[in-house]
Write a protein that binds this ligand. Structure first.
Ligand SMILES: Nc1ncnc2c1ncn2[C@@H]1O[C@H](COP(=O)(O)OP(=O)(O)O)[C@@H](O)[C@H]1O
Ligand SMILES: [Mg+2]
Length: 237
């Protein structure tokens, strides 16, 4: 598989700040890979997703050619729009006809087992369902790369497990590239091909783990302990 994201010697800081968040970073991600990023709070995980989504002013995207769907940390559904109208939004922005917006949204809702809720408002849905609608809205724009910022962190344990199973199933069938920010090491091990652990500030390189190299409960336990100690040792002040 070829690289979809190729970052060479990339440095980033916010314009009003004197500290680099990323410094001379090199990174390659293959098309179709599922990547998780783990790191302590404030280390720059959201910043990385925002740069890749083109939301920060940076030169990075000039040398890359991929479209992204960014799902921010907070569920950003529009409360005054019904479920189906929330899904139609990206297609509306892309200039699709009303009929096309409707039919594609219904197809996506069906895939997500949410079709019967299409006329509900977000506040009438459970947290897990709202997250599914958010993911649906990201999916419908059919981008190359999905950027998911701690999508399950606010969910209860059971709903979270269901969502993880569901995401694995959906993304396996879509063969898309996914970058997931998470605090949950087990989630990262369950979902991703590679785990990028942040253990320094500024970020110069990630410590990278390939999950396929870890087989069996004992090795997974070791990996979990190692990642945890890396993330804990490093705390951004
Ligand atoms: N718009 C901004 N301007 C200046 N500094 C910012 C901005 N957004 C985030 N930061 C700083 O950049 C660092 C990384 O933030 P962030 O990427 O949100 O971390 P994480 O998602 O890993 O918790 C933090 O120190 C944060 O305070
Ligand atoms: Mg964040």
């Amino acid at each position: 598989m070829s690289n979809i994201i190729s970052i060479k010697d990339f440095t980033f800081k916010y314009p009003d700040s004197s500290v680099n968040i990323l410094e001379n970073l090199n990174l390659e991600i293959k098309s179709g890979e599922f990547i998780s990023i783990i790191g302590s709070s404030g280390c720059g995980k959201t910043t990385i997703l925002r740069i890749l989504a083109g939301l920060e002013n940076s030169s990075l995207l000039q040398s890359n050619n991929f479209s992204t769907s960014y799902m921010p940390q907070k569920d950003a559904l529009l409360p005054w729009r019904k479920v189906i109208e929330n899904l139609m939004l990206p297609l509306e922005i892309l200039g699709f006809s009303k009929e096309e917006q409707k039919s594609q949204s219904e197809k996506t809702l069906e895939k997500l087992s949410l079709l019967k809720y299409k006329n509900f408002y977000p506040k009438g849905l459970s947290g897990g369902m709202r997250q599914r609608v958010s993911l649906g809205r990201a999916l419908i724009s059919n981008s190359d790369v999905f950027l998911l910022d701690e999508p399950f962190s606010a969910l209860d344990a059971i709903t979270k497990l269901e969502m993880q199973e569901w995401v694995k199933k959906i993304f396996n069938s879509l063969h898309k590239t996914i970058i997931l920010v998470t605090h949950d090491i087990e989630e990262a091990m369950f979902l991703s091909d590679r785990i990028f652990v942040v253990s320094e500030f500024p970020i110069k390189k990630f410590k990278i783990y390939e999950t396929k190299n870890f087989q069996g409960a004992l090795e997974e336990k070791k990996l979990k302990e190692e990642i945890l100690s890396l993330v804990r040792r490093y705390k951004y002040e």
